[in-house]
Design a protein around this ligand. Structure first.
Ligand code: HEC
Ligand code: HEC
Length: 304
């Protein structure tokens, strides 16, 4: 008897989930939102999104929200993910300010604009995980062949994310040498509480080791600035094939290699000059491709 009861319960739950799931799967072509809902989304869109994504969703500061590029970013993913993305990260300059309902209305408007048909009922929270965006084959970013005959995977992040992830923190470790000699730094005692992985990590690879690593990171990752298919935040492809772009990347690699050699020689004095060279290597490319037409973050004119 004791064994029989849990077995019965499991079977019942399993059967329930199976029918529940299959019964609710819906296609975007069935009309999954209402016109009224999309109209409410349109009002929100014009007030809060159009300035960055364009009134025709064509993309300006932010990427397009219509067309092949957008659809391939969301290929085969449930609508719940798109609503989450909007609610948790948009508007870019004020994330977290939209309610779930508003984010769903905005999603309905994006669907309407993308020519998916309207139906009678509003798109509901319960339906979001069951409706999947169409699967499209990506043409924009094929795997890049390399000289070794292997293929690089298509990029995961946009250029700004890659910059913030690798160029920014590692360049700052090198710039910091203007303020502190890594050879003279007392080993920091481990922060007692709360435990912090970053502080702890700095005690494992302290002083010059951190400088060696930063130089290697910059030198080795600069070629990622040449990965085909990498987009900028505004949805435009980074101009990785252009001769001047390649030169800017090569100049960054050169400074990073110089930094690595001097770091390994523990040659603190060399780093005043290296800081200046590194700053130039970043700024020369930024002047042309990032900050054109205004201050940092001017957006729409980037990467052209
Ligand atoms: C200040 C500019 C700005 C505003 C305002 C803004 N966005 Fe964005 N949006 C961006 C940027 C930049 C990105 C690319 C970076 C990212 O995905 O986080 C983006 C990305 C997105 C994406 C993902 C696109 C993709 O291809 O994956 C969606 C969806 C989106 N925004 C919707 C909205 C909606 C809806 C609003 C209005 C509530 C809005 N955004 C307001 C700048 C903005
Ligand atoms: C080959 C050109 C190039 C080089 C070299 C380069 N950058 Fe960038 N960087 C860009 C572009 C273009 C953007 C804007 C990306 C976008 O909008 O998606 C950018 C964006 C950034 C951002 C994000 C801030 C923002 O306004 O979006 C940071 C931080 C950054 N770069 C730091 C650096 C540092 C530090 C270096 C040098 C170690 C460096 N970059 C070298 C082209 C370059």
């Amino acid at each position: 008897m004791m064994r029989l009861i849990p077995w019965c319960a499991c079977a019942a739950v399993g059967a329930f989930l199976l029918t529940g799931h299959a019964g609710q799967l819906r296609s975007l072509t069935e009309g999954v939102y209402s016109d009224g809902q999309a109209t409410r989304g349109e009002t929100l869109y014009k007030a809060q999104c159009g300035e960055c994504h364009g009134n025709a969703m064509e993309g300006t500061v932010g990427p397009p929200l219509v067309g092949d590029g957008f659809l391939s970013n969301w290929s085969g993913r449930p609508l719940a993910g798109l609503v989450d993305k909007i609610q948790k990260t948009m508007p870019f300059n004020q994330p977290g300010s939209l309610s779930r309902q508003q984010s769903t209305e905005l999603t309905a408007y994006i669907l309407q604009f993308g020519k998916f048909p309207a139906g009678k009922a509003d798109l509901s929270e319960a339906a979001l995980p069951q409706i999947v965006l169409p699967t499209v084959r990506t043409s924009a970013a094929p795997a890049a062949p390399t000289s070794a005959g292997t293929s690089l995977p298509p990029p995961e992040g946009n250029l700004a994310e890659l910059m913030r992830a690798i160029a920014f923190p590692n360049a700052n470790i090198l710039f910091n040498l203007q303020l502190k000699d890594p050879g003279n730094q007392p080993k920091k005692p481990l922060a007692s509480s709360p435990f912090d992985y970053v502080e702890w990590g700095a005690t494992v690879y302290p002083g010059w080791l951190a400088v060696d690593q930063a130089a290697v990171a910059l030198a080795e990752s600069a070629p990622l600035l040449l990965t085909p298919g990498r987009k900028c935040q505004n949805g435009k492809l980074a101009p990785v094939d252009r001769a001047d772009w390649k030169q800017y990347v090569a100049a960054l690699v050169d400074v990073a290699k110089l930094a690595h050699r001097q770091s390994q020689a523990r040659n603190y004095d060399a780093f005043i000059d290296i800081s200046e060279k590194l700053n130039d290597a970043c700024a020369n490319c930024h002047k042309v491709y990032r900050d054109k037409g205004g201050t940092e973050g001017s957006g729409a004119a980037r990467c052209q």
